[in-house]
Write a protein that binds this ligand. Structure first.
Ligand code: HEC
Length: 98
């Protein structure tokens, strides 16, 4: 029983890490780093404005912005891909619970 639980937890953690990796790949492929840099250096306001002041308050907010920049730059991500990118940004930069 304990072993099953452990395997379940490890599988979930593995799936989570894989999603973050996919999100990272999408992010780099779309060249978001040109303005926002990457990883923990993610710059919410991009190189155009000074200061790392984020307007995001929750995970939904990250998603809204990812969607916004996706549309604006005509990347053409599917909602699931926007979700992966949001998860990547939350994992490396925002660290928001919900
Ligand atoms: C040409 C530069 C540029 C590119 C390329 C770009 N962004 Fe942005 N992005 C901005 C600017 C500027 C803002 C801030 C707008 C504002 O505050 O009004 C922003 C805001 C954001 C925010 C909200 C930051 C916060 O915490 O307030 C997220 C998330 C984001 N972009 C994700 C992305 C993603 C994902 C991509 C790749 C598809 C991307 N951006 C590509 C310029 C860019």
């Amino acid at each position: 029983m304990k072993k099953t639980l452990l395997i379940l937890i490890m599988t979930l953690a593995g799936a989570f890490a894989a999603d973050v990796e996919k999100g990272k790949a999408l992010y780099l492929e779309a060249q978001c780093q040109k303005c926002h840099l990457q990883g923990e250096n993610f710059d919410p306001n991009s190189v155009n404005k000074a200061g790392k002041v984020s307007k995001v308050k929750d995970v939904q907010g990250i998603h809204k912005w990812v969607q916004g920049c996706d549309n604006y730059f005509s990347i053409g991500w599917f909602p699931e891909e926007q979700d992966l990118v949001s998860r990547y940004l939350n994992a490396v930069f925002y660290h928001l619970e919900k």
